[in-house]
Design a protein around this ligand. Sequence first.
Ligand SMILES: Cc1ncc(COP(=O)(O)O)c(C=O)c1O
Length: 413
Amino acid sequence: MDVSSLIEKEKQRQRDTLMMIPSENYTYPEVRKAVGSILMHKYAEGYPGKRYYQGMEFVDQIESEARKQAKILFKTPHANVQPYSGSPANSAVYFALLEPKDTILGLTLSHGGHLTHGHPKITFSGRYFNTVHYQLSLESKNTGYFDFKEILKIAKKEKPKIIVAGTTAFPRIINWKEFAKIADEVGAYLMADISHIAGLVAGGSHPSPVPYADIVTTTTHKTLRGPRGALIMVTEKGMKKDPQLGDKIDKAVFPGLQGGPHLHTIAGIAIALQKAQSDDFKAYAQQVVKNASALAKELINNGFNLVTDGTDNHLIVVDLRNFNIDGKRAAEKLEKAGIVVNANTIPNDPNPPFKPSGIRLGTPALTVRGMREQEMKIIADIMLKSLDSDQDQLTIIADNVKKLLADYPIDLE
Ligand SMILES: Cc1ncc(COP(=O)(O)O)c(C=O)c1O
C-alpha cells in the first residue's frame, strides 16, 4: 500500500469536508514545516543547558524559546514543553505529585471528563491511583453544569491529593474560582486541564485558570492550533505552595516518564505559541466562540436539543433523543453528508457508550477556513436535512458541502 497516496487522499478529505470534531484543527503551514523538519533527527535527553548529548547549540535555543513563549502566553513562572501529548502530560503530573494509591478527584468520563482524569480499571490513572469522580448536575434547571456543592461534599469525604478541573465535552465557561475554593478547603492541588480551551484562554475568550490552579496542563493541537503535543505549567500559586513544583514536574517528564524530547514538535509548539500572541489570534478565538454560539442558536431553531441549551465556548453537545436516532448512527449519516462530528454521551445517558444519545461538534477548524455566523445557519440546515436523508440524498448533500468549502480554501501543503 502506498502511504504517500493515502496521505494525499486524507488531505483531500480534510479539504472537502466540514471538520467539526471540536478537538481537531488545522495547524499553520509553518508548524507543519517545523514538525516535518530535520529536527526529528536529533536526540536531546535532558533540558536546555543540561543534556546528555552533544550538538545542542540550536535545539537548546528552540526549546528555551518554546518554554519562554508558553510562560509569556499563559503568564506562568514555569513551563515544560516536552510531554509527547496530553495524556503523558497528565500522567507526568500524577507521577510528580502522587504515590501509588493516592486519591485523584476528576469529572466522570461519561459526563465529559477525560480517560486520564482517573477513569477506573482500563487506564493508568485509574489502575495505579485511587480515583473518585464528580458528575455534572442532573437537576432540571442545572442539567449539564457543575454542582459545586456536590463536588465539595465528595472532596471532603474522599480527601483527594489532586482535583482535576478540565473537560472534553463541556460547552460552558469553567468557574476556576469555585474549583480553587474546594481544593483549598480540602488541601488538594488543583490541576486545570485546559486541553480543549487553551486557544480560547490564550485569546482572551475564556477565563484563565492561572490565578486559581497550581498546575495547568494542555494539549497544543486543539483550539491552540499547534502540533500534537502538550505543555505542563506551574503557576505562581503552585510555586508558592511548593517551590520545588517546577523541578518535580520536569523530573517526572524526564527521566520519569519519557526519553528524548521531540524537538521537531517543540519547534512547532514555539511557533504556534508565538502566533497565539497576535491580534489575529485574539480575533480568531473570539470568532470561534461567536460561530459556536450562532450554530447553537440555529440548531435550536431547527428543533435540536442542546446540553445546557447552548454554548459559551467552541463546542456543542446535541441530545438527539427527540430525533429517534442514536449518536453513532447520526455521526455516520452526517459523515456521508460531508459533516464530520463524533458521537458523544450526554449527562446520564440512557444508552451504552458505543451507541450514545448525542453528538459533539465544534467550530475551531471551520473558523480557520474563514467561516462566519451566516455559514453556521447553512450548516445547521444541512445537519437537519441530512438526518432525514437516504444514501442518494446524502451524496448530493456531500457534493454541495464540497462546493461550499471551495469558497473557503485552506492551505494544506
Ligand atoms: C481534556 C483532555 N485532556 C487530555 C487529553 C489527552 O490528549 P492526547 O489525546 O493528546 O493524549 C484530551 C484529548 O482529547 C483532552 O480533551
